[in-house]
Ligand binder design. Structure first.
Ligand code: SAM
Length: 199
C-alpha cells in the first residue's frame, strides 16, 4: 500500500516529471505503434508515451500500482492503458518501444531483466532505460536543489539519492546487448541518465 502512494507522490514532483518527459521526447513521435512501459508504477512514462501518439501500455506486477495508474490516466484523459503482469512472461517481440524507468535497479537479477526487456522488442525497435547515474549522491542531489530545482516535492530527490547512492545499475551492462546503436542523454544535471538502445 505504501509503494503506490509513495510513487504517486514522487511522480507528481516537478523535477521527476520534467526528466521523464525529456527522456520520452528523445524518441520520435509515434503513429500508433505499441510502447510497453515496464514497471510503470503509477504510469507517468506511459502517459507521456500516449501523448506522443503511441499505443501506450503500462505493465506492473503490483495491482495497486496499476489501479493508481488507471485512476490517474482517467483523470488526465489519457489514452494510456495498464495491465497487471510480470514482464518476463510477456510474448517476445510484442512492441516497437519498451521503456523501463527505475526498474532494473529493483530486480533480483538485473542482467536477466535486461535480456527479458530486449526480448520484448521487434527487430528495429527501441529500448529506453532511465536510471540514476553514479552522480546520484546525497551531496550532488543537495547541490542540484540549491541550484534551483522547482520546489514541488523536491524532497523526493533527496530520498531517491539516499536510496540509490552506491547502488546504481552499471551502464556497461547495456553494452552486452548486440545493439546497433547506444545513445546516452544526461538528465537532471547528470544525476540520471536516459539510454536508448536500438535492436
Ligand atoms: C522503483 S518502481 C518505478 C516505478 C516507475 N517506473 C517510476 O520510474 O516512477 C519499480 C516498479 O517495477 C515494478 N516491477 C518489479 N518487478 C516487475 C516485473 N517483473 N514485472 C513488472 N513490473 C515489475 C514494481 O512493482 C514497481 O512498481
Amino acid at each position: 500500500m505504501i509503494a503506490p502512494l509513495l510513487f504517486t507522490w514522487l511522480q507528481g514532483a516537478d523535477f521527476y516529471r520534467a526528466l521523464h518527459r525529456e527522456a520520452v521526447e528523445m524518441l520520435p513521435i509515434g503513429d500508433g505503434e505499441t510502447w510497453l512501459d515496464i514497471g510503470c508504477g503509477p504510469g507517468l512514462v506511459t502517459r507521456f508515451a500516449a501523448e506522443r501518439k503511441y499505443r501506450a501500455i503500462g505493465i506492473d506486477t503490483d495491482p495497486q500500482m496499476v489501479a493508481a495508474a488507471k485512476r490517474i490516466a482517467r483523470h488526465a484523459n489519457s489514452s494510456a492503458d495498464f495491465q497487471t503482469g510480470d514482464f518476463t512472461t510477456l510474448p517476445a517481440e510484442s512492441a516497437q518501444v519498451v521503456s523501463a524507468a527505475s526498474l532494473l535497479a529493483v530486480l533480483p537479477d538485473r542482467e536477466a531483466g535486461l535480456r527479458s526487456l530486449w526480448r520484448l522488442l521487434h527487430s528495429g525497435g527501441t529500448l529506453l532505460i532511465i536510471e540514476p547515474t553514479n552522480q546520484m549522491t546525497s551531496e550532488n542531489a543537495a547541490r542540484a536543489i540549491q541550484n534551483g530545482l522547482p520546489q514541488k516535492r523536491v524532497l523526493g530527490l533527496r530520498m531517491w539519492a539516499n536510496a540509490r547512492q552506491g547502488n546504481i545499475v552499471h551502464p556497461s551492462m547495456y553494452e552486452t546487448l548486440s545493439t546497433g546503436s547506444l545513445r546516452f542523454l544526461p538528465l537532471l544535471q547528470g544525476l540520471v541518465g536516459g539510454w536508448i538502445l536500438q535492436k
